[in-house]
Ligand binder design. Structure first.
Ligand code: ZN
Length: 452
């Protein structure tokens, strides 16, 4: 059996792994490369394998860096099934539609050819097959046995266990943070011989988990007091719903004053509807609240602005106000209009709640840039820029190590992926030194043989 690392190798995006035996090939995730200069070009390159030769595709979770190139696979000849949990199937379809409209926009403005069209998205959607957690599925006449487990990262997110040629190999997907408001905790790592593990925060520890609520509470109070604007660039899936639920809890407990909250992202609004459909994937507490008639994501003063006209009206509302808008790394979307308008104002606070890839506007702001270029204009940053890692949807270094050490059995070999060089190297060193596990950071395109 051989495993190829075609993406998320020494970087965070473009996740794509191929697992092959003498007779079969399967793909785990097929995401887009995001952030770096030239990344859009990389997305257009031919796949380093023939899509028509794949037997099956498995998707760990609905984030663009894990599912974004799937319609391209179909366009280039893939005809097999695409396995994922039911929420991942629904959310992936939303993401592809959203990506398509972003690419069509870019085509108009910059004559950049889109990666795929409506037909490819529709055909990819038809190939999706929903799988439940903890149910073993046999494919390729039993050559591969696959089990999805709850990764606790976003709704329906999974790590996937494969049994192949007498070996067990687990792909972590992205692993969730601890004690999140909506999801269940990450399931225990089953006994496995080889593990492919993400390392987004492989070299960092998040703040204390209570901090995320107190920081948010204090920022809302300060924003109200100085009649400012609190801007939260948010990822449409999970971050948005967690923030809304937490704001709801704070408002109910009267810990924050009533301030209008705008959700200015059509994708996040649609994703929230998917959350409302799949409450059975929630943790007990969130399920209980939902069943007792709470409108979890509908806090006082909340406005979802789906159309462009509604979005423009946000400007007319006199501060204080809170604006949640995408994209999360500030690479596009409605957030840019709000940044142009409000970053020069010292009463504004920009709260960064997620990972910001190298090369993105979000990363420059996170690193303290005092001047940024948006929509061809130089914008002075007089706003306070603050970030809190505890709002991340990702496990930190401590959780990643704990997940492995508390697993059913120590893996023989660990491949550390989905992290920038330092994060991946640091985590790999920890596995080797502290846990005496063989750990490698695969290079892009590198392959490893796992012997039966
Ligand atoms: Zn993710």
């Amino acid at each position: 059996m051989r495993i190829h690392f075609f993406g998320a190798a020494e970087e965070v995006t473009g996740t794509c792994y191929l697992l092959e035996t003498g007779s079969h090939k399967i793909l785990i995730d097929c995401g887009i490369f995001q952030g770096g200069t030239g990344d859009m070009h990389r997305n257009h390159l031919p796949f380093p394998f023939k899509p028509g030769e794949l037997d099956a595709v498995f998707l760990t979770h609905p984030h663009m860096d894990h599912v974004g190139r799937v319609p391209l696979l179909v366009k280039r000849g893939y005809r097999g099934p695409i396995f994922a949990t039911a929420p991942t199937c629904d959310l992936a379809k939303l993401l592809w539609k959203d990506m398509l409209s972003v690419m069509q926009d870019m085509e108009k403005r910059e004559h950049a050819p889109p990666l795929y069209d409506e037909h490819d998205v529709a055909r990819a959607g038809e190939r999706l097959e929903a799988i439940e957690y903890d149910e073993r599925t046999e494919i390729c006449a039993g050559a591969f046995k696959a089990t999805f487990h709850d990764a606790g990262h976003v709704l329906g997110s999974s790590f996937i266990e494969f049994q192949v040629e007498g070996k067990t190999i687990v792909f972590s997907g992205d692993l969730g943070n601890d004690d999140v408001p909506i999801l269940r905790p990450t399931s225990r790592l089953p006994a496995c011989d080889a593990l492919v593990i993400e390392s987004t925060y492989g070299d960092r520890l998040h703040e204390d988990l209570n901090t995320r609520v107190t920081v948010l509470r204090d920022l809302v109070k300060q924003t109200a007091a100085k009649k400012g604007v609190l801007i939260i660039p948010t990822f449409a899936i999970e971050r948005t719903q967690e923030l809304m639920l937490t704001l709801h809890h704070l408002a109910e407990a009267k810990e924050i004053p009533r301030v209008p909250v705008f959700l200015d992202s059509p994708l996040a609004i649609e994703a929230t509807h998917v959350y409302e459909e799949y409450t059975r994937y929630f943790n007990e507490k969130a399920q209980g609240e939902f069943l007792s008639g709470h409108q979890l994501f509908n806090l006082p003063g909340f406005v979802a602005t789906k159309t462009v006209e509604m979005s423009k009206k946000i400007n007319e509302v006199v501060p204080p106000k809170i604006i949640l808008a995408g994209s999360g790394m500030m690479t596009g979307g409605r957030i840019l209009h709000h940044l142009v308008r409000y970053l020069p104002d010292p009463r504004t606070t920009l709260l960064i709640v997620g990972y910001q890839a190298i090369g993105t506007l979000g990363r420059r702001l996170y690193e303290g840039a005092k001047m940024v270029r948006i929509h061809g204009q130089d914008i002075h940053v007089n706003a306070a820029v603050t970030s809190i890692g505890a709002w991340s949807a990702h496990a930190d270094q401590a959780k990643l190590l704990r997940w492995v050490s508390e697993g059913e059995k120590k893996p023989e070999i660990v491949f550390v992926t989905h992290g920038e060089r330092n994060a991946a190297d640091t985590l790999a060193r920890k596995f080797r030194r502290d846990m005496r596990i063989d750990a490698y950071v695969p290079k892009p395109g590198q392959a490893f043989d796992l012997h039966a």
